[in-house]
Design a protein around this ligand. Structure first.
Ligand SMILES: [Zn+2]
Ligand SMILES: [Zn+2]
Length: 253
């Protein structure tokens, strides 16, 4: 797969010294996309066609609704136009959906989530999100750019080795993508660096989080926090990707 490499944002994210530069970039990108969805692009015909077709997932609806006090008119207009496109499809899907009982009642509640092959035309109508699609493209591009920097810039290799590495999900993503973009010694050295950094930084977080919990003991009240004051947020962010705490890369938006 050919990726569009853009190394400057990755360097900028490295300077944040967060638990994961790819997460910092992902969150910044997400804020920009939400902002753009509610801003100038609300009325652009291109975006309108895509929104009408795909809609937005629940998480991104929530972000749009809350972002900078929201833009209820813009959000409402997009949803109106999406609903007008969607309604005939729902009617068609409802006609195509049989009346086979799926157990009903409580039995239905405890059924496992449907697999892709069990999903019908009605399920597909709420399965897409324009922002998730764009995020996926940008995430791939950021990870590919990071690997490209590892291959081409000694200064980046040194900065990466001195950093806190990547979060758990982005380590998995980068390791999976690495053989596609790196080979030989650069592949081996990146694989080793990413694994070693994850191990070492999870150990560091375990110590920081333990001290965070011990600080709640009154006997430790007067002792210094050290680096543990935000250890809970950073541990969650390391294990699951950025989730809690101050928005990363705020100055850049
Ligand atoms: Zn991450
Ligand atoms: Zn989404």
């Amino acid at each position: 797969m050919k990726y569009h490499i853009d190394t400057i944002p990755v360097w900028d994210a490295m300077k944040e010294e967060s638990e994961c530069p790819l997460c910092a970039l992902r969150r910044k990108t997400e804020r920009l996309l939400v902002d753009r969805s509610l801003g100038a692009s609300v009325m652009s015909p291109d975006t309108r066609i895509k929104v009408n077709e795909l809609g937005f997932c629940s998480r991104h609806q929530e972000m749009m609704y809350a972002f900078r006090g929201g833009n209820k008119l813009g959000h409402g207009l997009m949803m109106l136009s999406h609903l007008q496109t969607l309604r005939p499809k729902v009617e068609k899907a409802l006609k195509a959906t049989g009346s086979q009982s799926s157990g009903g009642g409580l039995g239905r509640l405890f059924k496992p989530a449907k697999s892709a092959s069990e999903r019908g035309p009605l399920d597909d109508l709420s399965a897409n999100c324009l922002l998730c699609d764009e995020m996926k493209m940008q995430e791939d591009r950021h990870a590919a750019s990071l690997l490209h920097l590892w291959k081409t810039e000694k200064a980046f290799r040194e900065a990466f080795l001195a950093s806190k590495g990547l979060c758990l999900p982005d380590t998995a993503k980068a390791l999976a993508m690495a053989p596609e973009l790196l080979s030989g010694d650069t592949l081996d050295s990146f694989t080793k660096a990413a694994k070693d950094l994850l191990n070492a930084n999870l150990k560091r977080l375990e110590e920081e989080l333990e001290w965070f919990t011990l600080k709640f003991d009154y006997r430790n009240a007067e002792k210094p926090w050290g680096d543990s004051r935000d250890a809970l947020e950073r541990t969650v962010n390391k294990l699951r990707g950025w989730t809690l705490g101050p928005e990363p890369m705020q100055d850049n938006v």
